[in-house]
Design a protein around this ligand. Structure first.
Ligand SMILES: *Cc1c(COP(=O)(O)O)cnc(C)c1O
Length: 404
């Protein structure tokens, strides 16, 4: 951090200079320690590799942490979204309103149910779903709203829940970025009808692949459990302990189970959630302090009513103050071996959505303006102090170079 001035005048790696680092720093990465490995090995030696005691243990601990009555585990965050869309009753002819600035899975889960995702634009500060735009997009067919807590900053849940209540809609919050975040003093997971989490390796805790739906609605919990197990009303372990062979398939479900093997990993990872969050918040503070006066860098906004979880650290480029566009700055940072990324290409601009729904670009101008300026800097709890310094040095070096 101290050498910013000399770095600011040195040749960019993209122009043949020395890169800030010799190895690529990814934008996200898991942390696995001995206790994690031991927990998995213990289950490998036990009787239950798939649905066993660790599943319920993980679900109960998770529900308690996020402040929900129930948590139901799934084989991925995407499977969890699919189950939530099913449980919300989404079906052919229905619409669900969501944000374009998300991972495609948020909207895809609506399509899995043969319903139609309807996008609404985001607000310029947080890039989260704009409640006013949501209201504009409600029709007689609307059944659900799917806000996303972009980057780990909770969506405007108060306004969204009010809209949902007024129109009799179900809110499925995609909180895959926001495990551990708070909104108006309440834990994300305790607010929406269903809240979806992911345990992909770049998220706050990991099970390799995995996901969870948190809900305080007991009927939703029952349906979610059936949906992940072929639509069968009991699981194999329940039948074994009851000495029964009968089972009944009551709805068309899938095999979306999260194995005991990795629920043990999830339980162990959950113990580290507080320290993971604390480290991410600390990194966000270093970044904010380092970049507040760097030309061309716009820091992510944090509204006063939230406590974000910092899954991502998305800066935006103030393009008027720069001589290069986002693509050039992205390449320059990659050349310095900083594994920057972009979250997200607006979902409706993907070829599948363009072809199927006729989107041409220009439909949601705030999301598109955000997208054109976004760069996600590396943000994960396992970053060392040196890693953080490298990101800061590289951003300063590149931005000073391209400043007008
Ligand atoms: C990670 C993520 C998901 C789910 O992803 P999986 O890889 O299926 O666990 C869904 N939505 C968003 C916004 C995500 O970031």
């Amino acid at each position: 951090m101290a050498q910013a001035t000399s770095i600011g005048t040195s040749t960019l790696a993209i122009d043949g200079g020395e890169p800030v680092r010799t190895t690529l720093l990814p934008y996200g990465h898991q942390s696995i320690e001995k206790a994690d490995i031991d927990a998995v090995v213990e289950v490998l030696r036990s009787d239950w590799l798939t649905t066993g005691p660790k599943v319920a243990e993980f679900e109960e601990a998770f529900a308690a942490r996020v402040g929900a009555a129930h948590a139901v585990s799934f084989s991925s965050g995407t499977a969890a979204l699919h189950a939530a869309a099913f449980t919300a009753g989404l079906t052919s002819g229905d619409e669900a309103i969501t944000t374009p600035l998300t991972f495609a899975a948020t909207a895809n889960c609506v399509l899995y149910q043969c319903a139609t995702p309807v996008f609404a634009d985001v607000t310029a500060d947080t890039l989260n779903l704009d409640p006013e735009q949501v209201t504009n997009r409600i029709s007689a067919r609307t059944r659900a709203i799917l806000p996303v807590d972009y980057a780990g900053h909770p969506a405007e849940l108060k306004a969204i829940l009010e809209i949902a209540q007024r129109h009799g809609l179900i809110v499925i919050e995609d909180a895959c970025h926001a495990l551990g975040a708070e909104y108006q003093g309440k834990s994300v997971g305790s607010l929406a009808d269903m809240t979806v989490f992911s345990f992909h390796p770049v998220k706050h805790i990991t099970t390799g692949e995995g996901g969870m739906v948190a809900t305080s609605n007991p009927q939703f919990a029952v349906t979610l459990r059936r949906f992940r197990n072929h639509g069968i009303s009991t699981d194999a372990r329940q039948r074994q302990s009851a000495g029964q062979w009968q089972y009944e398939m009551v709805l068309l479900g899938f095999n979306y189970r999260l194995p005991d093997l990795v629920c043990a990993l999830g339980l162990q990872q959950l113990k580290k959630l507080e320290s993971n969050l604390a480290r991410r918040r600390e990194i966000a503070e270093y970044y904010a302090a380092a970049f507040h006066d760097v030309p061309g860098v716009i820091l992510p906004t944090v509204r006063s009513e939230v406590y974000p979880a910092w899954h991502l650290y998305p800066i935006r480029l103030d393009l008027d103050k720069l001589t290069a566009d986002r693509a050039q700055i992205f390449r320059a940072l990659r050349a310095e071996n900083i594994g920057v990324n972009v979250h997200y290409i607006p979902v409706y601009l993907h070829p599948y959505y363009r072809d199927r729904f006729g989107y041409k670009g220009g439909e949601f101008p705030v999301a598109e303006a955000g997208y054109a300026r976004l760069i996600s800097l590396p943000m994960f709890h396992g970053m060392s102090g040196r890693d953080v310094e490298d990101v800061i040095a590289a951003v300063k070096k590149v931005m000073h170079h391209y400043a007008r």
